[in-house]
Design a protein around this ligand. Structure first.
Ligand code: BF8
Ligand code: SF4
Length: 635
């Protein structure tokens, strides 16, 4: 029997879901379906070999499992090699996912035209990128420039020689280190292929070689694929600015057609937002008895559309089933990644249309509308009309929408942060805007440092407990938080993205919040936007005159679950930022690999992973590390 209390301890964050689950029996007594809470229980106990990373099925002689009695696989591979290969494959998959999303956005930009569904919104950013990549702009049409920049971007996926273009955005010290240590990424596809080749049966088992390739591949994620997804999405749909939004299941509206967009690649959700605003479509919704159309989001697609349109976030990763259980969702439209296949049986219990839109994410029982970049707006109009039709089929007896949601401020791109800093003191030095005001706050101790909070929910940690408790403790200690992915959504649901949350901050951070008019936790976007965090850390280091590992900034993935998070972790440490994990990656089966990741990797990149599954201990370690870095700087 499912009980929500097993999975959350945060009243505000979990209350909406609890109300939905508690009222379920009276509303849907005839429905036969299960939820992730049930399946989590059915999966216990989880396989020890899998948890420790010592199961290998890379060839047909296996699977081989490492035990004291059988310390080597049939081929002779030992625990360290098996763990290292498994982790590297996770990094390859994570990098492929972020980067392939980035590649689609490149293609979308290549298809952009003044009279097509996709247009150029941020011309200034496009021209700056064209200049950075030495694309001719003089006297050229803006769309010709966009197409050329898209081609140059796509070149970084498969070019035969050289390393990634974006690396020159890092500090000189980082660039030299990446070259010296052999972790500067070449073409994205090449790094992924190298991982797959190195892990084929009969290739690498040397732990350090596996780690270095995992780092180089992670770098292809953060410093190429993700960065391109961020830049090109800004150019196409607008660079995020400060906006007010709301989060939690209470964002579903009873009298409107509710469409929930879910996934990561915003190409279709942007079109849905446009379509839902069109006069004839609104009239169609009204003709079905609805008062309007309410678009809300889940996961990183939600982060993308909230930052650019203020579209609200109805649910984060582990609430994707619960939102349908409100009985008031007409359509869930998904693109790629983090989508549960269980949405099919759950949506069938209601009138909800479950619509997949990418060949990458195809699910039995879903309606598939394959996105065509040239016709995406027409397709979105069709999808919205489908949702309007479903509104007429909604069963009012099955509806329950909890009246729980929190407001918050989102949209802290680097551009927004610089604008905020400029409001505090004139941050232009020699015609160039700098992070000096922020650095001065850190130097003076008003701010102790910063922590970048990334992604996911994971049933292994009570939902949002890791994120929320860690964030609260950080801001109490005058450590400003920059959040992305589902970590940012947890903050929103807990009210921590609101400007009023400064009351929970220490005196120093509270003063900064007052002066700059910001919340103590800055929503920086989707998981691909962790690339913004990498640039922020590097630009602070440059303006300070130090290298990234010296800056009192650390990263934390308190509730991570996806392979993308593993790729992120590898590029974040490669960038020189210590990374704290609240869920253990599958490495404990090899003390050698564990030590490499948590200690020795520092000799390569100046940063390490810390693994600590107790959130209270984890946040203490974070605060201590920030303070250690201050001492090392003589502050
Ligand atoms: O890319 S944080 S659960 S939604 S993987 Fe997925 Fe994790 Fe959420 Fe965004 Ni990121
Ligand atoms: Fe076993 Fe080696 Fe094959 Fe892995 S590669 S399954 S350890 S024989």
């Amino acid at each position: 029997m499912r009980t929500w209390e097993d999975f959350t301890t945060i009243e505000d964050v979990g209350a909406a879901t609890k109300q939905v689950l508690d009222s379920l029996e009276s509303r849907c007594s005839g429905c036969e379906f299960e939820l992730w809470e049930d399946r989590w229980k059915a999966q216990q106990p989880q396989c020890k070999f899998g948890l420790e990373g010592v199961c290998c099925s890379l060839c047909g002689m296996g699977p081989c499992r490492i035990t004291p009695k059988a310390p080597r696989g049939i081929c002779g591979a030992e625990a360290a090699g098996i763990v290292g290969r498994n982790v590297m494959r996770m990094v390859a998959s994570g990098t492929a996912s972020h980067s392939d999303h980035g590649r689609h956005i490149c293609h979308v930009m290549h298809s952009a035209s003044p009279d097509g569904p996709y247009r150029i919104t941020d011309e200034k950013k496009l021209l700056a990128l064209a200049a950075e990549w030495e694309v001719e702009t003089e006297g050229c049409d803006i769309y010709d420039i966009a197409h050329e920049v898209a081609l140059v971007g796509l070149d970084d996926y498969g070019k035969p020689f050289g390393t990634a273009r974006y690396l020159t955005r890092a500090t000189k010290e980082r660039q030299e280190l990446w070259d010296r240590e052999g972790i500067a990424p070449r073409a994205i596809d090449r790094e992924i292929a190298t991982c797959m080749h190195m892990t084929h049966m009969g290739n690498s088992t040397k732990p350090e070689a596996l780690l270095r390739q995992a780092m180089r591949t992670g770098m292809a994620d953060g410093w190429v694929g993700s960065m391109m997804a961020t830049d090109f999405t800004d150019i196409l749909f607008g660079t995020p600015i400060e906006r007010i939004t709301e989060g939690n299941l209470g964002c579903i509206e009873i009298d409107k057609v509710n469409i929930v967009v879910h996934g990561h690649d915003p190409a279709m959700s942007e079109m849905i937002a446009v379509a839902a605003d069109q006069k004839d479509i609104l009239e169609y919704a009204r003709s079905k008895g609805a008062a309007g159309i309410n678009i809300t989001g889940i996961c990183c697609t939600a982060n993308e559309v909230t930052m650019r349109h203020g579209i609200r976030i109805s649910a984060s990763f582990l609430q994707q089933e619960h939102v349908i259980l409100t009985g008031a969702v007409e359509a869930m439209v998904v693109d790629v990644q983090c989508v549960f296949p269980s949405i099919t049986p759950i949506s069938k219990c209601f009138h909800t249309k479950f619509i997949t839109t990418s060949e990458i994410c195809q699910i039995p029982g879903a309606i598939h509308v394959q996105i065509d970049d040239e016709k995406a707006l027409d397709q979105a109009r069709e999808i919205v009309r489908m949702a309007c039709d479903a509104f007429a089929e909604r069963d009012p007896n099955k509806v329950f929408i909890p009246a729980i949601k929190h407001h918050g401020t989102v949209g802290f791109s680097l551009e927004t942060i610089l604008k905020k800093l400029d409001g505090v003191t004139n941050s232009f030095v020699d015609e160039r805007q700098t992070y000096k005001p922020l650095i001065d706050c850190i130097k003076s101790g008003v701010l102790r440092g910063a922590v970048a909070m990334a992604g996911c929910n994971n049933p292994k940690i009570p939902t949002a407990y890791g994120h929320v408790e860690i964030m609260k403790e950080c801001i109490k200690n005058d450590i400003i938080v920059i959040a992305s992915g589902c970590a940012a959504q947890s903050a929103l649901k807990a009210g921590l993205l609101s400007k009023e949350a400064k009351e929970l901050a220490g005196a120093g951070l509270r003063r900064v919040c007052d002066l700059a008019d910001i919340p103590p936790i800055l929503h920086m976007g989707a998981c691909v936007d962790i690339s913004r965090m990498m640039l922020l850390a590097n630009r602070i280091a440059m303006d300070w005159g130090i290298d990234v590992p010296q800056v009192p900034v650390v990263a934390c993935a308190a509730e991570w679950m996806s392979e993308k998070a593993v790729a992120i972790g590898h590029y974040v440490i490669s960038t020189g930022i210590d990374t704290f994990l609240g869920v253990s990656p599958p490495v404990s089966g090899s003390p050698e690999m564990y030590k490499l990741l948590t200690e020795d990797v520092k000799n390569i990149c100046g940063a390490t992973f810390t693994i600590e599954t107790d959130p209270d201990k984890l946040v203490k370690a974070i605060v201590n590390r920030v303070e250690e870095k201050r001492v090392e700087l003589g502050l």
